[in-house]
Write a new protein. Structure first.
Length: 225
C-alpha cells in the first residue's frame, strides 16, 4: 500500500457535506438485489429538499408533484424556501452545516422514517485531491471541509463528483471490477463493510473506469439524533 492507504482514525476525517437522503435500493443487477441503499449519489437515492420544487426560480411545475409526494402544505413549502435562503446549501442539496440539515429534517421531514441525515467524510490526502474537482461552494468556489462532527459510522462508499452531483461506484457496476481482485462485503445500508483503508484500495482498483470522475473513498456517518 502507498502512503494514502494507511489506517486513518476518525479524528483524521474531514466532512465535505450533509445530506437528507431517502433510502433507496441497490441496483437490480446487483447480487444483493433485495438490499436497501443509503448513498450520497442521487442516481439511487432521492435527496431532500428538492431544490427545483422549493428553492430555485423557474421550476414552478415541480412544486405540486413534490408536495404530493411529501405531504408538504403550501405554507410548509413556502416556509422551507425561506429557511433555505438563510443556509449554505449547494446544487446537489448538500448542506455545509450540520445544524442547518438537522433543523430542516426536524421541521419538515420529522415524520419520514425513510429520510436519513448523513455526512460524507474523507481523509486529508483525498480532500486535497478532490479540491480541484469539486463539489465547490457556489459562493466561495472552494471545497467545504471541516473536522468530522460526531455521528454513527454506518459504512463506507466510493463516490465521484460529476456535473452537479456525485456518482457512486455502483452506477456502472464497478463492484464487479473490484470483486475480480478482492471479495467485497456490503452491510444492511448497502454500504461497504470494510475499513476505510481497504475502501481506499477498492477505489484505486476502479480509477479511470466507468464515469469520467475521480473515485474517492468516503466514510458515511448517520446524524439522525
Amino acid at each position: 500500500m502507498n502512503a494514502i492507504t494507511q489506517l486513518q482514525p476518525a479524528s483524521a476525517l474531514y466532512t465535505i457535506g450533509y445530506y437528507l437522503v431517502e433510502c433507496g435500493q441497490l441496483p437490480s443487477n446487483h447480487r444483493q438485489t433485495s438490499g436497501k441503499l443509503l448513498t450520497a449519489s442521487p442516481c439511487f437515492c432521492r435527496h431532500h429538499p428538492d431544490l427545483t420544487a422549493c428553492y430555485w426560480n423557474g421550476w414552478e411545475t415541480k412544486k405540486t408533484p413534490y408536495q404530493q409526494e411529501t405531504g408538504l402544505s403550501d405554507e410548509a413549502i413556502a416556509s422551507l424556501a425561506r429557511h433555505l435562503h438563510l443556509m449554505e446549501i449547494d446544487s446537489d442539496a448538500r448542506f455545509e452545516r450540520l445544524q442547518d440539515a438537522r433543523s430542516i429534517r426536524r421541521a419538515y421531514f420529522a415524520d419520514r422514517s425513510d429520510i436519513h441525515l448523513i455526512s460524507i467524510s474523507l481523509t486529508s490526502p483525498y480532500r486535497d485531491k478532490l479540491s480541484s474537482h469539486g463539489p465547490h461552494n457556489h459562493i466561495t468556489g472552494t471545497l467545504c471541509t471541516q473536522k468530522l462532527n460526531g455521528g454513527q459510522h454506518i459504512g463506507n462508499d466510493i463516490l465521484g463528483w460529476d456535473i452537479g452531483s456525485f456518482h457512486t461506484y455502483l452506477c456502472n457496476g464497478l463492484e464487479e471490477d473490484i470483486e475480480t481482485v478482492c471479495p467485497m462485503r456490503l452491510n444492511s445500508w448497502g454500504l461497504i463493510d470494510h475499513p476505510y483503508e481497504e475502501t481506499e484500495t477498492f477505489a484505486d482498483l476502479i480509477q479511470n473506469k466507468g464515469e469520467p470522475v475521480l473515485w474517492i473513498p468516503v466514510s458515511v456517518h448517520l446524524h439522525n439524533g
